[in-house]
Design a protein around this ligand. Structure first.
Ligand SMILES: [Zn+2]
Length: 531
């Protein structure tokens, strides 16, 4: 196998895939036609290609760190898509069922997507719960297909031989403070015992170079340490905003609670683009003349309501797609996607394609969360939106974030269990118990396979939330508390963005001098701001 040839085809697959994705979700093409793109590039995801890349990796000396990193990126891509290819028809069947399902509720015919929006907007609690249950039954209708898909994914993951994990070698820094030789050996023995058979979890643990047991311990610690402040803040907020006690709260209330804000009018639809431009302008980024990041704000009937970023050709053709409706969630989504867009837009064009399109999800999510956090920054709210009296709003924003972070901590613990043992029988109750304990919103079993992403994406989000606080504190200490108005801070960000997806989030944290990634800063911030 020729790596150079593989790389070229890989780049053209990604471009084709992302262009199709963009055209469909921006409402310019009715069908998401990925089949022909996968068909054309089938060879990229074959077991032979995986074996070829693995062989190149094992033959490359540890001294060639960049070559090894590049092979690992390609291998990650090949394995992700090999697995997806094994379940392609089931993925299509599930999304087909979701897309075509309708329900008649309260004299109105609703699509599955519309039920989500309706739950979030329904102020009447009984009606809201009724509609939520209707939606849950739509989810249950395709759970057998989801279960079949998951079993197949697990089976396929066992057909891939062991991947040498970068945390076994010296190539990548360990995330622990003091990983003495003895301790490392212990950790390896522990892992061997835990994953005596190969499974989906052990595959991803090696592929991502992460210690999942360590992340699980940190998730449990986050849940324990933020428990008191969470219960107190949420009880108060639910009493005031929803008129219920904490022990009455259900998942349907969570959807409404997170969506509904008394400050919505502070975030008008027509101000969205201006706030984006002003925020980037403060960092010295002139978005009006940024020819490589194209903003698509055209209203099209079939356009996805949520903002998204499609990095079609990195760095020269990045699409930032918005459909402004107004409200704080619109602003949060745009700022998040803007972080991704700027990261890809400033990525060096001279990097090989695998350092542009494939990487550690936690890295790009950290940049996205950095901007995502701005509506939680009192000075930014005041400067950008003229929103001075914002103390209550900032607290509410932090509480909403804690609901989400605790939800993801429970998600990760659940996923690690589910993907290690594949026990689908106990999964529904495990899911419901973990979610109910973590969020305090009583959660049913229906979503146990619906509320689940492939490839442990939850670990990427959790590490990114943690690293974002560390990065933000670092930027503030160097460039001032209103860092978003500093050109020097902008230059610093451009410098790290230039490296694209070359490094993992842990490596980037070490290089900046703020590593290792720890959940402590994130936990402390919640406790300090919500107390
Ligand atoms: Zn993101």
């Amino acid at each position: 196998m020729k790596v150079e040839q593989y790389r070229e085809e890989y780049a053209s697959f990604n471009e084709g895939f992302l262009r199709e994705f963009y055209l469909h979700y921006s409402g310019q093409k009715p069908a998401l036609d990925l089949g022909p793109i996968y068909e054309r590039h089938r060879g990229l995801f074959s077991l032979e290609s995986i074996a070829g890349l693995r062989q190149h990796l094992s033959e490359t000396s540890e001294h060639f760190e960049t070559t090894r990193a590049s092979l690992r990126h390609l291998l990650t891509f090949a394995i992700n898509n090999f697995l997806e290819a094994q379940v392609e028809s089931l993925t299509e069947q599930v999304s087909g069922q979701e897309a075509s399902a309708t329900v008649e509720w309260d004299g109105r015919v609703m699509t599955f997507q519309e039920t989500a929006i309706a739950v979030a907007n329904q102020a009447d609690r009984a009606l809201r719960n009724d509609l939520f249950q209707t939606r849950a039954s739509m989810i249950r209708a395709s759970n057998d297909l989801r279960a079949e898909r998951l079993s197949k994914l697990h089976e396929a993951s066992r057909s891939i031989g062991p991947i040498e994990s970068p945390i076994d070698s010296a190539a990548a820094p360990r995330t622990d403070n003091s990983a003495g030789a003895g301790r490392q050996q212990d950790a390896e023995l522990h892992r061997e015992a835990q994953f005596s058979g190969r499974n989906y979890a052990s595959l991803y643990q090696d592929l991502l170079g992460l210690d999942f047991q360590q992340i699980e311990r940190r998730c449990r610690e986050l849940l324990a340490r933020t428990e008191a402040v969470y219960v107190a803040s949420l009880s108060e907020a639910l009493r005031q905003d929803v008129g219920i006690r904490l022990d009455q709260a259900r998942r349907s209330d969570a959807v409404y609670f997170l969506h509904h804000s008394p400050h919505g009018s502070r975030f008008p639809a027509q101000g969205l683009l201006g706030v984006y431009r002003a925020t980037m302008g403060g960092l010295g980024i002139k978005t009006e003349t940024q020819g490589n990041i194209l903003i698509d704000d055209e209203p099209r009937p079939r356009k996805n309501p949520r903002a998204f970023c499609a990095p079609i050709r990195i760095p020269c053709e990045i699409r930032l797609v918005i459909r402004p409706f107004g409200g704080q969630s619109d602003y949060l989504a745009l700022l998040h996607e803007a972080g991704h867009a700027q990261h890809y837009g400033w990525t060096s064009s001279s990097l090989p394609a695998e350092f542009k399109y494939t990487g550690d999800a936690a890295l790009t999510e950290t940049y996205a969360f950095l901007f995502n956090h701005l509506p939680g920054d009192p000075a930014w709210l005041s400067a950008m939106l003229g929103f001075q009296d914002n103390a209550d709003f900032v607290k509410a924003t932090m509480l909403a974030k804690l609901v989400t972070v605790r939800r993801y901590a429970a998600k990760f613990i659940y996923e690690l269990g589910l993907h290690s043992n594949g026990d689908l029988e106990n999964a529904p109750s495990l899911y419901a118990d973990l979610q109910t304990d973590a969020t305090k919103f009583k959660t049913g079993e229906a979503e146990f396979l619906f509320d689940l992403d492939d490839g442990f994406y939850s670990a990427g989000y959790l590490r990114a939330w943690a690293l974002e606080v560390q990065l933000r504190e670092h930027i503030k200490s160097r460039f001032g508390w209103n860092w978003w108005a500093s050109r020097k801070a902008g230059n610093f960000l451009k410098e790290i963005w230039e490296t694209g997806e070359r490094f993992t989030a842990d490596e980037m944290a070490s290089m900046i001098g703020i590593g290792p990634i720890t959940f402590d800063c994130l936990i402390d911030e919640f406790i300090n701001l919500l107390n």
